[in-house]
Design a protein around this ligand. Structure first.
Ligand SMILES: [Zn+2]
Ligand SMILES: [Zn+2]
Length: 138
Protein backbone atom coordinates (compact mmCIF):
# COMPACT_ATOMS: atom_id res chain seq x y z
CA UNK A 1 0.00 0.00 0.00
CA UNK A 2 1.46 3.29 -1.03
CA UNK A 3 1.30 6.36 1.11
CA UNK A 4 -0.46 9.24 -0.64
CA UNK A 5 0.84 12.04 1.57
CA UNK A 6 2.96 13.46 -1.22
CA UNK A 7 0.36 13.70 -3.94
CA UNK A 8 0.23 17.20 -5.36
CA UNK A 9 -2.53 18.66 -7.48
CA UNK A 10 -1.70 20.93 -10.43
CA UNK A 11 -4.44 23.46 -11.01
CA UNK A 12 -5.29 26.22 -13.44
CA UNK A 13 -7.72 29.10 -13.72
CA UNK A 14 -11.19 28.13 -15.00
CA UNK A 15 -11.39 31.42 -16.95
CA UNK A 16 -8.02 32.01 -18.63
CA UNK A 17 -6.53 28.53 -18.27
CA UNK A 18 -3.25 29.86 -16.85
CA UNK A 19 -1.52 27.66 -14.29
CA UNK A 20 -2.05 28.82 -10.72
CA UNK A 21 1.04 26.98 -9.49
CA UNK A 22 3.70 29.10 -7.79
CA UNK A 23 7.04 27.33 -7.96
CA UNK A 24 8.81 30.13 -6.09
CA UNK A 25 6.61 29.79 -3.04
CA UNK A 26 6.80 26.25 -1.76
CA UNK A 27 4.64 24.78 0.96
CA UNK A 28 5.58 21.34 2.24
CA UNK A 29 8.34 21.23 -0.42
CA UNK A 30 5.85 21.45 -3.26
CA UNK A 31 4.86 24.40 -5.47
CA UNK A 32 1.86 26.14 -3.92
CA UNK A 33 -1.38 27.33 -5.47
CA UNK A 34 -1.45 31.11 -5.70
CA UNK A 35 -4.68 33.10 -5.73
CA UNK A 36 -5.79 36.62 -4.94
CA UNK A 37 -8.11 37.00 -1.99
CA UNK A 38 -10.48 39.75 -0.91
CA UNK A 39 -11.64 39.50 2.67
CA UNK A 40 -13.82 42.31 3.96
CA UNK A 41 -11.96 45.35 2.64
CA UNK A 42 -8.56 43.69 2.66
CA UNK A 43 -6.93 42.44 -0.49
CA UNK A 44 -3.84 40.31 -0.87
CA UNK A 45 -2.45 37.11 -2.21
CA UNK A 46 -2.77 33.70 -0.67
CA UNK A 47 -0.70 30.57 -1.26
CA UNK A 48 -2.32 27.24 -0.53
CA UNK A 49 -0.64 23.88 -0.27
CA UNK A 50 -1.03 21.78 -3.41
CA UNK A 51 -0.54 18.60 -1.40
CA UNK A 52 -3.70 16.56 -1.55
CA UNK A 53 -5.51 16.66 1.78
CA UNK A 54 -3.36 19.43 3.24
CA UNK A 55 -4.91 22.69 4.45
CA UNK A 56 -1.73 24.70 4.95
CA UNK A 57 -1.94 28.26 3.66
CA UNK A 58 0.25 31.35 3.73
CA UNK A 59 -1.73 34.53 3.37
CA UNK A 60 -0.62 38.15 3.07
CA UNK A 61 -3.69 39.27 4.96
CA UNK A 62 -5.02 37.99 8.25
CA UNK A 63 -7.62 35.32 7.74
CA UNK A 64 -10.48 35.64 10.19
CA UNK A 65 -12.26 32.48 11.16
CA UNK A 66 -15.76 32.15 9.67
CA UNK A 67 -15.27 35.02 7.19
CA UNK A 68 -15.95 34.32 3.54
CA UNK A 69 -13.17 35.23 1.13
CA UNK A 70 -13.54 36.16 -2.53
CA UNK A 71 -10.86 34.33 -4.49
CA UNK A 72 -9.68 35.42 -7.90
CA UNK A 73 -7.11 34.53 -10.51
CA UNK A 74 -3.86 36.55 -10.21
CA UNK A 75 -3.50 36.45 -14.02
CA UNK A 76 -6.90 37.44 -15.46
CA UNK A 77 -8.32 38.72 -12.15
CA UNK A 78 -11.64 36.95 -12.68
CA UNK A 79 -13.34 35.56 -9.60
CA UNK A 80 -13.27 31.80 -9.37
CA UNK A 81 -16.46 31.49 -7.33
CA UNK A 82 -18.67 28.70 -8.65
CA UNK A 83 -22.43 28.36 -8.52
CA UNK A 84 -22.20 25.58 -5.96
CA UNK A 85 -22.79 26.31 -2.31
CA UNK A 86 -20.98 24.52 0.49
CA UNK A 87 -23.13 21.69 1.80
CA UNK A 88 -21.74 22.25 5.28
CA UNK A 89 -21.99 26.04 5.73
CA UNK A 90 -23.76 27.41 2.60
CA UNK A 91 -20.85 29.68 1.62
CA UNK A 92 -19.98 29.84 -2.09
CA UNK A 93 -17.53 27.21 -3.32
CA UNK A 94 -14.53 28.35 -5.36
CA UNK A 95 -13.58 26.34 -8.42
CA UNK A 96 -10.26 25.53 -10.08
CA UNK A 97 -9.49 23.21 -12.98
CA UNK A 98 -7.16 20.26 -12.58
CA UNK A 99 -4.35 20.13 -15.09
CA UNK A 100 -5.02 16.44 -15.70
CA UNK A 101 -8.74 17.03 -16.26
CA UNK A 102 -11.44 17.57 -13.68
CA UNK A 103 -12.20 20.17 -11.05
CA UNK A 104 -11.50 21.10 -7.48
CA UNK A 105 -14.07 22.92 -5.39
CA UNK A 106 -13.23 24.38 -2.03
CA UNK A 107 -15.30 26.29 0.49
CA UNK A 108 -14.49 30.02 0.66
CA UNK A 109 -15.26 30.28 4.36
CA UNK A 110 -12.15 30.36 6.54
CA UNK A 111 -12.20 27.43 8.91
CA UNK A 112 -14.55 25.30 6.81
CA UNK A 113 -12.54 22.44 5.32
CA UNK A 114 -15.20 21.29 2.89
CA UNK A 115 -13.75 20.58 -0.53
CA UNK A 116 -14.20 18.14 -3.34
CA UNK A 117 -12.02 16.85 -6.13
CA UNK A 118 -13.63 15.47 -9.28
CA UNK A 119 -11.31 13.70 -11.66
CA UNK A 120 -12.35 13.52 -15.27
CA UNK A 121 -10.46 10.27 -15.65
CA UNK A 122 -9.89 8.48 -12.38
CA UNK A 123 -7.58 5.84 -13.86
CA UNK A 124 -5.34 8.54 -15.31
CA UNK A 125 -5.36 10.44 -12.01
CA UNK A 126 -4.30 7.38 -10.06
CA UNK A 127 -1.54 6.63 -12.55
CA UNK A 128 -0.29 10.20 -12.23
CA UNK A 129 -0.35 9.94 -8.45
CA UNK A 130 1.82 6.84 -8.57
CA UNK A 131 4.24 8.57 -10.96
CA UNK A 132 4.45 11.59 -8.62
CA UNK A 133 4.99 9.31 -5.70
CA UNK A 134 7.86 7.55 -7.46
CA UNK A 135 9.48 10.92 -8.14
CA UNK A 136 9.43 11.78 -4.47
CA UNK A 137 10.71 8.45 -3.26
CA UNK A 138 13.21 7.88 -6.11
ZN1 LIG B 1 -7.39 33.49 -14.93
ZN1 LIG C 1 -18.21 25.60 4.04
Amino acid sequence: MKNFNFITLQVKCPHCGTSLMDGKHKIEDAPSIKLNILLGNKRGSINMSSVYGSYNVNSEIDLISDEIGVFSCPHCRAEITSENLCKTCQAPMAEMLLDMGGKIHFCTRKGCLKHSVEFEDLALAIKKFYDDYDQYTG
